[in-house]
Design a protein around this ligand. Structure first.
Ligand code: UD1
Ligand code: CA
Length: 493
C-alpha cells in the first residue's frame, strides 16, 4: 500500500451470548481465534499500524493479539461506551494519530473476512475520495444491523441503528457490515463530534456518516457479495455454522489446488495447513495446526494430525498424531498414536496399536505391532518385534533406549532403559533387556523351556483339551511318565 494505512480492530465487547469464560473473539474455528483470522486478513494489506481496542477480559485478549501480531498497539477501553468511543480510544492510544491516509475499522469477530475483500474495499474508498466508506451488504434478515439509508439520488445519507430506526427504515435490507474506511483527517476530527443522544445511549461510530453528509463531504457504500465474510459469531451455534463454512472454503480451495478429498463433509482442514498436489485425504480426517503433507501422501480414513509433517508418498491410516514427522514413503497405522517428538524415517513403519513418543525411528526401521516406544532411538533397517515395550520410566525419571541399525529384536520384549542394543544385535522372544546388548550378540533372558509330558492327561482329565491331546498317537507313549507329576511342576506350569 503506497498510502498510509491504519487499521483499528474493535474487540472490547463482552460477547455474553457465548456464555463462556473465554472472551468471544478468542473462540476458535479453523485453527485460529476469530480475532486471529481478522488480524491475518488485515496483515495481508501490510498496514503501517494496527490498533486493537480491548476492554472486556483484556488480560486474555491483549496478550493473544500481541501473540498473533507483535507490533499491534493495544488500546484499552475501560467502559464499552460504543463503537465511536472505541475508535476515539484507539486514536488516543497512538503516539501520533494518523492525519493522512486511510483508517480502516473492523470488528474482531468476523472470522471469514478475507484480505482481498479488505484490500478491494480500501482501494475503492481511496478511488472515490470519500470521507467515509461503508462496506455494506444485502441480507435477507437485516435485524440487528445498522441500515443504510439512501437519498432519492441513491447517495448514502446515514446509517440508522436497529433501535433508532423507523418501521420504514427497518425494512431496508442494505446493512452496515461494521467495516468502515475513513479519510484519516476526517476521522480525527469527527470522533470528537459524535454524541450519545440515541436510544442506546452509546457513541455510534456510524453517526460519522450523517455528520459527513451534513458537512457536505462524500460518503460511499460498497456492497459485498459474499455477506458471510462480514458475519460475526455471537453464540456457539453461529460459531459452529461459520466454522463449517470456513472449512468448506478451505477444503474447496485445496481441491482446486490438486488435492483429492474423498468426503469434503467429514474432512476438516485448519487455515494454516499446507498440502501438496496429489495428496489424498480419506473420510473422517482432521488436519490441524501447522500440519504439512507432501505430494502423493494418503491420509485417513479417521485420522487426526496436529502440527505434523507427512513426507511424500507416506500412508497414514486411522492415526492420531501430534508434533510428529513422518518420512517419505513411510507407513503409519492403522490405529497408531504418534505423540510429540516422533520422527519416522523414509520408508519406515509404525504399525498397528503402536504408541510412540520422543522416538527417532530411522530410515527403513519398523515397529510393526502392539508396542510402546518412548524416549528411544532406533537405527536404520532395524525391526522391533511385536508387543515390545520401551520401559522408559522408572517411576521418577525418564531414560533413553538406543537400538542400533539392522537389529532384529524378538516379540514381547521389554527394554528397560537406559540401555543400548548394538548394531546388528538380536534378542529372543520374551526377553527383558536390562543390560546393554553388544553389536551382533543375541540376548535372551529367563530360564530354558521345560516340557512336562502328559501333564494335561493327568490334570485335565475328561476335557476337550485332554481328548485332543490323547488323539495324537506318537505323543501318547509319554503320557503318565517322566516329568510333571510332582506338585512343584504343577505350580510352575
Ligand atoms: C455495529 C454497528 C452496526 C453494524 C453492526 C455489524 C455501530 C453503532 N453499529 O452494531 O451498524 O450493522 O455493528 O455487526 O457501530 N465494541 C467495542 N467497544 C464498544 C462497543 C463495541 O470495542 O464500546 C466492539 C464490539 O466488541 C464488536 C464491535 O465493536 O466487536 C461492534 O459492536 P457491537 O456492539 O456488536 O455493535 P452492533 O450493535 O452489532
Ligand atoms: Ca455485533
Amino acid at each position: 500500500m503506497s498510502e498510509q494505512l491504519t487499521v483499528i480492530v474493535l474487540a472490547a465487547g463482552g460477547g455474553t451470548r457465548m456464555k463462556s469464560k473465554t472472551p468471544k473473539v478468542l473462540h476458535r474455528i479453523g485453527g485460529r481465534s476469530m480475532i486471529g483470522h481478522v488480524l491475518t486478513a488485515v496483515g495481508t494489506l501490510d498496514p503501517a499500524r494496527v490498533v486493537a481496542v480491548v476492554g472486556h477480559q483484556r488480560e486474555l485478549v491483549g496478550p493473544h493479539v500481541t501473540e498473533v501480531r507483535a507490533d499491534a498497539v493495544l488500546a484499552v477501553q475501560e467502559e464499552q461506551l460504543g463503537t465511536g468511543h472505541a475508535v476515539r480510544v484507539a486514536l488516543e492510544a497512538l503516539d501520533s494519530p494518523p492525519r493522512e491516509g486511510t483508517v480502516l475499522v473492523a470488528a474482531g469477530d468476523t472470522p471469514l473476512l478475507a484480505g482481498d475483500t479488505l484490500r478491494a474495499f480500501a482501494e475503492s474508498h481511496r478511488a472515490a475520495g470519500a470521507a467515509v466508506s461503508i462496506l455494506s451488504g444485502i441480507v435477507a434478515d437485516p435485524h440487528g444491523y445498522g441500515r443504510i439509508v439512501r437519498d432519492a439520488a441513491g447517495g448514502v445519507e446515514a446509517i440508522v441503528e436497529e433501535k433508532d430506526a423507523t418501521d420504514e427504515q427497518r425494512a431496508i435490507t442494505e446493512i452496515n457490515s461494521g467495516i468502515l474506511a475513513f479519510d484519516a483527517a476526517f476521522l480525527a476530527e469527527v470522533v470528537g463530534r459524535i454524541g450519545n443522544d440515541n436510544l442506546k445511549g452509546e457513541y455510534y461510530l456510524t453517526d460519522a456518516v450523517g455528520i459527513a453528509r451534513g458537512d457536505g463531504r462524500s460518503v460511499a457504500a460498497h456492497a459485498i457479495e459474499d455477506a458471510l465474510q462480514t458475519e460475526g459469531a455471537n453464540d456457539r451455534a453461529q460459531l459452529a455454522a461459520l466454522g463449517k463454512e470456513l472449512n468448506r472454503r478451505i477444503v474447496t480451495r485445496w481441491m482446486r489446488e490438486g488435492v483429492t478429498v474423498m468426503d469434503p463433509a467429514t474432512t476438516w482442514i485448519d487455515a494454516d495447513v499446507v498440502l501438496a498436489p496429489d495428496v489424498t485425504i480419506l473420510p473422517g480426517t482432521q488436519l490441524l495446526g501447522a500440519t504439512v503433507v507432501a505430494e502423493d501422501a494418503v491420509v485417513g480414513p479417521d485420522t487426526t494430525l496436529e502440527d505434523c509433517e507427512i513426507g511424500a508418498g507416506a500412508r497414514v491410516v486411522r492415526t492420531h498424531g501430534q508434533l510428529a514427522v513422518i518420512g517419505a514413503g513411510a507407513s503409519v497405522g492403522p490405529f497408531a498414536y504418534l505423540r510429540p517428538g516422533t520422527l519416522l524415517g523414509k520408508d519406515g513403519k509404525i504399525g498397528t496399536f503402536v504408541e510412540t513418543k520422543n522416538a527417532k525411528i530411522a530410515d527403513g526401521a519398523k515397529v510393526p505391532h502392539l508396542s510402546y516406544v518412548g524416549d528411544a532411538e532406533i537405527g536404520e533397517g532395524t525391526n522391533i518385534g511385536a508387543g515390545t515395550i520401551f520401559a522408559n520410566y522408572d517411576g521418577v525419571n525418564k531414560h533413553r533406549t538406543v537400538v542400533g541399525k539392522h537389529a532384529k529384536t524378538g516379540s514381547n520384549n521389554t527394554f528397560v532403559a537406559p540401555i543400548t542394543i548394538g548394531d546388528g544385535a538380536s534378542t529372543g522372544g520374551g526377553t527383558v533387556v536390562r543390560r546393554d546388548v553388544p553389536a551382533g550378540a543375541l540376548a535372551v533372558s529367563g530360564g530354558p523351556q521345560r516340557n512336562l509330558p502328559g501333564w494335561v492327561a493327568r490334570n485335565r482329565e475328561g476335557t476337550a483339551q485332554a481328548e485332543a491331546a490323547a488323539a495324537v498317537p506318537g505323543e501318547q507313549a509319554e503320557n503318565g511318565r517322566g516329568l510333571g507329576d510332582g506338585p512343584t511342576d504343577r505350580a510352575e506350569s
